[in-house]
Design a protein around this ligand. Structure first.
Ligand SMILES: Nc1ncnc2c1ncn2[C@@H]1O[C@H](COP(=O)(O)OP(=O)(O)O)[C@@H](O)[C@H]1O
Ligand SMILES: [Mg+2]
Length: 270
């Protein structure tokens, strides 16, 4: 059987983890194809390859977020021949995306979103230490650049960076350390809809709250729910208003962005 795991990746994983006996790629792959599920004699782990700055950034934000009661993986980092890798425990539960596909009830899905909102509200209280605020990879336009470069190439990354920068300008009180890709694929929940962990911290960066809210709102709409319900719930939990007009226009930008990415990918596949 042909394996989609390179020898380098195999060697790297076996080097940084003890007692490795199985390496697999996720069945529902993410956007970057750099995530591996690893079984070892000491437990099951996720190994996620990335560039040095992003791996350091993810490790830093994971520790900061968990101190604020946000459920994120306990990330450690490793290096093999210049390649950086995030290592964290594998969760036995499924993503919300998988639960929905397997028929999770509407009531439980709504509850899961409410729990995501509670986590999102907590993100609003994170203070990034002053000495870290200049760290480039902590800013959303730069982390998006890195992510897009890996998925859609440098040209698209260069196009997107100034757009993301502009979308994230705004009042200082609305800027914080938010996960800007809280989609159903990036949230692991149990069968009752409680959050086990928010994963994929590539998208956790200093950004505008309304921008980050957009990803969640987008998925909520895709499920056929009314957006105003989500806004109302957030405002109740956070006890502060959200800029609905701005998020609605962000959603239009997200849709345009997705369309352009789709076109670019199709063009590249030709
Ligand atoms: N700790 C984990 N436990 C269980 N599943 C995970 C874990 N980390 C990642 N996954 C699965 O792998 C997929 C891809 O991982 P993710 O970190 O989101 O990478 P990408 O940047 O490619 O989206 C997720 O959507 C999820 O299904
Ligand atoms: Mg993901």
């Amino acid at each position: 059987m042909l394996s989609n795991i390179s020898n380098f990746e195999r060697n790297a994983i076996s080097h940084v983890l003890r007692g490795v006996y199985q390496i697999k790629t996720p069945t529902i792959s993410g956007t970057q194809r750099n995530v591996f599920f690893v079984k070892t004699s000491e437990g099951d782990f996720v190994a996620k390859f990335g560039c040095r700055d992003i791996v350091f950034k993810n490790c830093f934000v994971a520790h900061l977020a968990s101190r604020h009661g946000i459920f994120v993986p306990d990330i450690s980092m490793a290096e093999y021949k210049g390649q950086w890798i995030e290592i964290y425990p594998m969760f036995p539960e499924k993503t919300l995306f998988e639960h929905i596909r397997e028929g999770m009830s509407e009531k439980t899905v709504r509850l899961a979103f409410e729990n995501m909102l509670t986590q999102f509200v907590r993100m609003g209280s994170i203070q990034v230490p002053k000495n870290q605020q200049e760290n480039k990879s902590l800013h959303i336009h730069n982390s998006t650049y890195e992510h897009t470069k890996n998925t859609n190439g440098t040209a698209m990354a260069m196009t997107l960076r100034p757009i993301v920068y502009m979308l994230n300008r705004g009042r200082a009180r609305n800027i914080g350390l938010y996960h800007s890709d809280m989609t159903t694929k990036n949230v692991i929940v149990n069968e009752k809809g409680s959050i086990v962990s928010i994963i994929d911290l590539d998208s956790m960066a200093i950004c505008n709250r309304d921008y980050a809210f957009g990803a969640m709102a987008d998925k909520w709409c895709e499920l056929g729910f009314n957006l105003h319900e989500l806004y109302d719930k957030y405002e109740y939990l956070a006890d502060q208003p959200i800029n609905r007009m701005r998020i609605n226009s962000m959603l239009r930008t997200i849709h345009l962005g997705k369309y352009l990415m789709f076109k670019a990918n199709k063009h590249r596949q030709k």
